[in-house]
Design a protein around this ligand. Structure first.
Ligand SMILES: Nc1nc2c(ncn2[C@@H]2O[C@H](COP(=O)(O)OP(=O)(O)OP(=O)(O)O)[C@@H](O)[C@H]2O)c(=O)[nH]1
Ligand SMILES: [Mg+2]
Length: 448
């Protein structure tokens, strides 16, 4: 069994080594999180810290008017027809399009299982039934490291969505690494719903949003296209949230060999944007790994320190509680003994206990017996009750102080120390090595 596991591990390592650099780094980091025994996620779980493994791919959310060409773009990018396209409203739900080993179509429940980061989608009423995943075997462009989210076309008016489309898109926008907004020459930017969502997203996720004029080949001649662009920009500028400088809107269309167009096609820029974001994701993933290591090391160190402190507190409690307990027990005991010694004859005591012991007991009881002799006769009962009350209070205090804090067992301590050292020595140095490789590779690429 162990041999088989070892073999599988070696096979995985060989598979990972054969991957392109970015994919390999993301894969290796992912494994550092998810390894069954020593992964960061189970280690953090043991410390009561909730960690999510990083995503192995970037997520690109594509939104826009109905028939803007969203699904067609995905099909073109992966060079496979996985999404239905057409003039009618085709996409009615949210579809994750991702790469995998087999062509597969998954339903809502399986989708949520596959994407734990998106589990909260089930909190939006009605969305689960409209969720799906298309797994494609395509390896085109950067598809290995991209998950597209195709969204329902947005329209105004009486069209009713079976879920709160605006809130879902807002939430997905927050989760995505890139948000592509498609405006086509027909729909332009006249759909209020699209603009409302984009305006809201732009407030918090402005750096992720990219606008495109899709289906640009349908915009007619150059002058028509420019007018369309002007109209779209005009519409956008009416919205204070979208009216900012540095606005860009590349024109894109799906190249069609049967219908050549002279219109400028900047669709390659879309691919470059995706590639750039993948590179950034490698950096952010490595940074996140560093931060998560710190979280785990801090949590383990804190636990160990807390345990040390508990040990010190316990020792202090035992000393103080023990002292009070002894006082509360021995004071009444001595007084009682003193009573007995004074009430029996010395010869009887010596005969029973021996001369040495009787002498010692007399010596011990002398201070209290002397104090007792000073108490006036008529208040003796009162003083005795008070004395007993004080002794009970002392015993109660001792019991209260002696309630010890729970400590870690030796095994638990060793486990915590092991976890801290493993993350510090193994994972942190692995992260350092990956970062160095990444930087080396970036510099190498730039020099080429
Ligand atoms: N000429 C041209 N037609 C396109 C282009 N992209 C898509 N189309 C056509 O536009 C129509 C709508 O495309 P879809 O990809 O279904 O658009 P969508 O945005 O996914 O539409 P919904 O899912 O309904 O929101 C289809 O008939 C496509 O063939 C393009 O770049 N140029
Ligand atoms: Mg579609």
């Amino acid at each position: 069994m162990a041999a088989r596991q070892k073999h599988r591990g070696a096979a995985n390592a060989a598979e990972t080594a054969a991957l392109p650099f970015n994919e390999r780094v993301l894969q290796e980091v992912y494994e550092l999180y998810t390894e069954q025994s020593n992964g960061l996620v189970p280690l953090a779980q043991g410390l009561g810290v909730h960690l999510l493994s990083p995503r192995k791919k970037i997520t690109v959310l594509i939104l826009g008017n109905h028939s803007a060409g969203k699904s067609s773009f995905i099909n073109w990018y992966i060079e496979e027809h996985v999404q239905r396209v057409g003039v009618a409203i085709e996409t009615r739900g949210f579809t994750f399009v991702t790469s995998g080993k087999h062509r597969e179509s998954l339903t809502g429940h399986a989708t949520l299982h596959l994407y734990p980061h998106f589990k909260s989608l089930q909190d939006f009423r009605g969305v689960s039934e409209y969720l799906s995943t298309e797994v494609s075997t395509s390896k085109q462009k950067g598809f290995n490291l991209v998950t597209f989210i195709d969204t329902p076309g947005l329209v105004d008016g009486d069209m009713k969505y079976p879920f709160e489309v605006d809130s879902v898109l807002q939430w997905l926008g927050e989760m995505a690494d890139l948000i592509f907004v498609y405006f086509d020459p027909m729909g332009q930017a006249l759909c209020k719903r699209t603009l409302n969502i984009v305006e809201r997203l732009n407030k918090s996720q402005g750096d992720k949003i990219r606008f495109y004029l899709s289906k640009a080949d349908e915009a007619g001649h150059e002058t028509d296209r420019q007018r369309v662009m002007m109209q779209i920009v005009q519409e956008l500028c009416k919205r204070p949230g979208l009216n900012k400088c540095g606005f860009e809107m590349p024109t894109i269309y799906i190249p069609n060999a049967n219908k050549p167009s002279r219109c400028l096609n900047q669709i390659d820029e879309v691919c470059l944007t995706i590639e750039k974001t993948i590179n950034q994701t490698v950096q952010t993933t490595l940074n996140q790994l560093g931060r998560d290591c710190e979280v785990i090391v801090n949590a383990a160190t804190q636990r160990l320190m807390q345990d040390c402190e508990a040990g010190m507190n316990n020792r202090r409690a035992i000393c103080l509680g023990g002292f009070l307990g002894l006082l509360g027990f021995f004071m009444p005991a001595t007084l009682f003994l003193g009573f007995i010694l004074t009430s029996i004859k010395d010869e009887t005591a010596v005969a029973l206990l021996g001369a040495d012991l009787t002498g010692l007991l007399h010596f011990m009881c002398a201070p209290l017996s002397w104090c007792w002799s000073l108490v006036p006769h008529d208040s003796q009962t009162m003083v005795l009750l008070l004395f007993l009350f004080i002794c009970i209070v002392l015993l109660l205090c001792a019991w209260f102080i002696c309630r010890l804090q729970q400590r870690l067992s030796r095994r638990e301590r060793r486990k915590l120390e092991g976890c801290r050292d493993y993350v510090n020595d193994v994972i942190c140095s692995k992260k350092k090595q990956l970062y160095e490789e990444y930087l080396q590779q970036s510099i190498g690429e730039q020099h080429c």
